[in-house]
Structures are given as structure tokens and as C-alpha cells.
Design a protein around this ligand. Structure first.
Ligand SMILES: [Mg+2]
Ligand SMILES: [Zn+2]
Length: 185
């Protein structure tokens, strides 16, 4: 049977946005993120981190550095019993490394998840602080939830006329609560 998933953006959504984060010590969870992730997991969602990390293409960081930051994030949520079903990142930037199929809003990272899991994308969600995340939601036929943390409050002020978020909420915990309310109907 197909499962539901929540695809969480990383910076500005689950952990505090700090421009570029390449040092594990910079990883700081957003208030309520731990509760949000553990709630999602306890209700049977598969949970993923999907992150554009163009700093790699820009030569600002290595894949190893980005992986270490991801490992810190995994370490921070582990004590709450939260384990991500996948943590993916896109290291590219079209103007430097050429077009790729994984940079959000493209769906490559979702397709990686689908290699391992049987997911019903129409019953799944993308939670993020950028329009790129909302574009991804549209591209895969999922529901997009924009959070006002990170760049979200700025993005909210300049929403396009089409392809915008399905919902806008204050933060990741509010996003997960909204999802749980929605599936209860
Ligand atoms: Mg972000
Ligand atoms: Zn890519």
C-alpha cells in the first residue's frame, strides 16, 4: 500500500536559516521542529529532508561538509526517536554546473525517495520556506505548505499569481498540525 510522505526543506524550515550552513555547530533546530517531526512520524508519515545546496557548485563547501551538517541534524532529532527516511541534497547550480534534475523545484530528490518507498504523492506534502519548495509541490502533485520562518515571511509578501502555496503557516509545527487536521477529515 502506498504511504504518505512529508518532504521537509532543511534550512529555514527545520533548522534556523543562517545564509550558508557548512559547520555542524551552526545547526540549530527551529522551535517546535522536534515535536513536528516526531508527530509526523507517529502518525505514519514517511519523512524526508530535501535541500538545495548550491554552495557546493559555488565552491563554498564540499559534499562532505554538507553531509556532516546533515548528520548533526540527524543527531539532534535522534533522542526524540525521530529518524528521517531519507536526507537528500542537490549540490548543483545551473549557471555553474549546468542543468540538473534534482534542484528544487525539479523533482529529482523525490524520485530518489520513490526508489526506496512506495509513496502516494497526491497524499503527500512539501513543507518549506521558499517558492522553490512550493514549485516542487506543484510539480509532483503534492500539497505545498509555506512556513513563515527562514525566508518564508519575505516570500509571502511577493507571492506569484499562480503556483503559490496551498497553505501558509507560521512554522513547521503549525504545518504538521495542519496536515494532521486535514487527514482527519
Ligand atoms: Mg529553506
Ligand atoms: Zn541537482
Amino acid at each position: 500500500m502506498s504511504e504518505r510522505a512529508i518532504f521537509f526543506d532543511r534550512d529555514g524550515t527545520v533548522n534556523v536559516e543562517k545564509e550558508y550552513i557548512y559547520d555542524p555547530d551552526q545547526v540549530e533546530l527551529i522551535d517546535g521542529a522536534l515535536e513536528a517531526l516526531s508527530l509526523a512520524k507517529s502518525k505514519g508519515f514517511r519523512i524526508f529532508i530535501i535541500s538545495n545546496q548550491s554552495g557546493i557548485a559555488r565552491g563554498l563547501a564540499t559534499e562532505t561538509q554538507v553531509s556532516r551538517v546533515n548528520e548533526r541534524l540527524e543527531d539532534l532529532v535522534a533522542p526524540a526517536g525521530v529518524k528521517f527516511d531519507g536526507v537528500y541534497f542537490c549540490p548543483h547550480l545551473p549557471t555553474i554546473s549546468g542543468r540538473c534534475t534534482c534542484r528544487k523545484p525539479a523533482r529529482g530528490m523525490i524520485d530518489r525517495a520513490l526508489e526506496t518507498f512506495d509513496l502516494d504523492l497526491s497524499e503527500s506534502y512539501v513543507v518549506g520556506d521558499r517558492m522553490l519548495d512550493m514549485g516542487l509541490a506543484h510539480n509532483i502533485g503534492a500539497t505545498g505548505i509555506l512556513v513563515r520562518t527562514g525566508y518564508g515571511a519575505i516570500e509571502e509578501k511577493q507571492l506569484p499569481s499562480g503556483g503559490g502555496p496551498h497553505h501558509i503557516v507560521d512554522d513547521v509545527l503549525a504545518a504538521v498540525k495542519l496536515i494532521l487536521d486535514e487527514i482527519r477529515d
